[in-house]
Every structure is written in C-alpha cells, then in structure tokens.
Design a protein around this ligand. Structure first.
Ligand SMILES: [Ca+2]
Length: 107
C-alpha cells in the first residue's frame, strides 16, 4: 500500500519534469516549498503538509504517508523540512527512479 503511493508521488514529480523541464521544475519545487511550508516557521511541518498538500494535488495521501515523507527528508532530525531538505529529498526521489526504458529493462 505504501509503495503504491510512493509511485504516485514519484509519478507526480516526473510528470512535472516532463512538463516544465529541469529549470522550470526547480522553480516549481521552490514554489512547492512555499506552498507547503508553515508560514510562521518557514519550514514544512506535518501540520503544514497536511494543510497544504491538497493544493499540489497530493491531497489523497494519508497522515502516515505524509509523516514518512517528512521523516525521510528530515536530514537534521528536527522534525520538519527546511528548503534544502525539501529540495534534496525531492531530487533524490527522482534520481532513484529508473528514468529510461533502457535502465528499467536492465536487471
Ligand atoms: Ca529538518
């Protein structure tokens, strides 16, 4: 169940790259961070993620999924995502995905 939703999340990112190109995608990620962050704290918290994820089309994700997304990206362990952590985790998700049919077929 969790892995299925992870695929949805990665599909979301890869379709963004196709649509926007790499530079546009980076700009969009920065916008995404601003949409998702807690306006007072300047970081993404579980609460701000829950509140704002629907605006990015991620409204179907459960609390557990959002929490694991947050924990996965939380490099310094403070329980929230700053902009660096958000960008890093977003890009890592993309890079771990087999991006071409050639790579996918090579096992
Ligand atoms: Ca953090």
């Amino acid at each position: 169940m969790a892995s299925k939703n992870k695929v949805v999340f990665e599909e979301f990112f890869s379709s963004m790259v196709e649509k926007l190109g790499t530079q546009g995608f980076m700009d969009e990620l920065c916008n995404g961070f601003r949409v998702l962050m807690d306006g007072e704290k300047g970081v993404i918290t579980l609460e701000s993620l829950k509140r704002n994820s629907a605006e990015l089309g991620l409204g179907g994700m459960s609390d557990d999924e959002l929490r694991s997304m947050l924990e996965e990206g939380d490099l310094d362990g403070d329980g929230s995502l700053n902009q660096m952590e958000f960008l890093a985790t977003s890009i890592c998700r993309l890079r771990h995905r087999p991006s071409s049919p050639v790579a996918a077929g090579k096992t």
